[in-house]
Design a protein around this ligand. Structure first.
Ligand SMILES: Nc1ncnc2c1ncn2[C@@H]1O[C@H](COP(=O)(O)OP(=O)(O)OP(=O)(O)O)[C@@H](O)[C@H]1O
Length: 257
């Protein structure tokens, strides 16, 4: 069976630097991948490339067994949803309408169907923001706006979600809720998630696999169970200590000099 997303010899460069060299990788249904690396390692560039928003400097990407570039836009949006790291709201828009725009790839007619509205309402409820449905998105707090963005992605209802730092603006309770929601989504048949995150511990509690971006374009792709403190320390450029508690592993930054 073909992977949901896969790459062969994928190479990314920016600003005269190789960010990723010859990535051979497969993302299967049921998996939750965490992309980990230092600032500037190339995580966002990778996600944007996998979402089809920039062209790779080398190699191939396939979405559900078909070259990414060969997908028609609406078809691709039914298959793959992407949450950018940041955005700007230029216009007034009600929260519910912002979610309904995300139903565009599924539209059969000009108007919103009962299914579109039910899907948007369900996403608002899942993110605990049903009470914000009628609010202008420009009046939301940073964390509320971030949850609306994730809710819009859920409303798009693509089986594969790529999320760039989805928990960055959230308090710890909402971070935990979001990570649990994304992990649960991977249990649905045919679904998978890939996310960039600096919230190492919460993310690695829920992710099944990690893609580590190292120096000079080197990378490691492996199950989270095979991660070690040496590997994570090398990836993040800071010594980490592994702590075990209640059968779970946590990583803490070691004290500086
Ligand atoms: N269009 C561009 N022109 C020049 N340099 C770029 C361009 N796009 C990205 N870069 C550089 O490529 C590197 C990777 O950027 P990217 O945003 O992918 O990093 P990141 O791993 O997501 O970092 P962070 O953790 O800080 O969000 C950075 O050094 C960035 O400055």
């Amino acid at each position: 069976m073909s992977a949901l997303l896969d790459s062969q010899a994928l190479t990314l460069r920016a600003d005269g630097r190789t960010l990723l060299n010859a990535l051979d990788w497969r993302l299967e249904a049921g998996q939750c991948w965490a992309v980990i690396g230092r600032n500037g390692a190339g995580k966002s560039t990778l996600l944007r490339t996998l979402a089809g928003l920039r062209t790779a400097e080398g190699g191939r990407i396939q979405l559900a067994g078909r070259a990414l570039a060969d997908w028609p836009l609406a078809g691709r949006a039914r298959q793959l949803g992407y949450l950018p790291q940041s955005w700007r709201d230029a216009f007034a828009c009600q929260v519910l309408d912002a979610l309904l725009i995300a139903r565009h790839p599924h539209r059969q007619a000009y108007w919103d169907s009962a299914e579109d509205i039910a899907s948007a309402r369900a996403a608002l409820a899942a993110l605990d923001i049903g009470h914000l449905a009628a609010r202008d998105i420009r009046t939301l707090s940073g964390g509320e706006r971030q949850r609306v963005a994730v809710a819009a992605l859920l409303t798009q209802d693509a089986p594969l979600l790529l999320l760039d730092e989805p928990a960055a603006a959230l308090d710890i309770g909402h971070q935990a809720q979001l990570l649990a929601l994304l992990a649960a989504r991977c249990q649905r048949p045919g679904h998978a998630v890939m996310l960039v995150s600096h919230e190492l511990n919460l993310t690695l509690q829920h992710a099944s696999h990690a893609l580590l971006l190292l120096d000079d374009g080197r990378w490691r792709a492996l199950p989270v169970a095979e991660l070690s403190d040496e590997l994570l320390s090398a990836c993040l450029g800071h010594p980490l200590l592994e702590i075990q508690r209640d059968g779970r592993r946590y990583w803490l930054p070691a004290a500086g000099p």
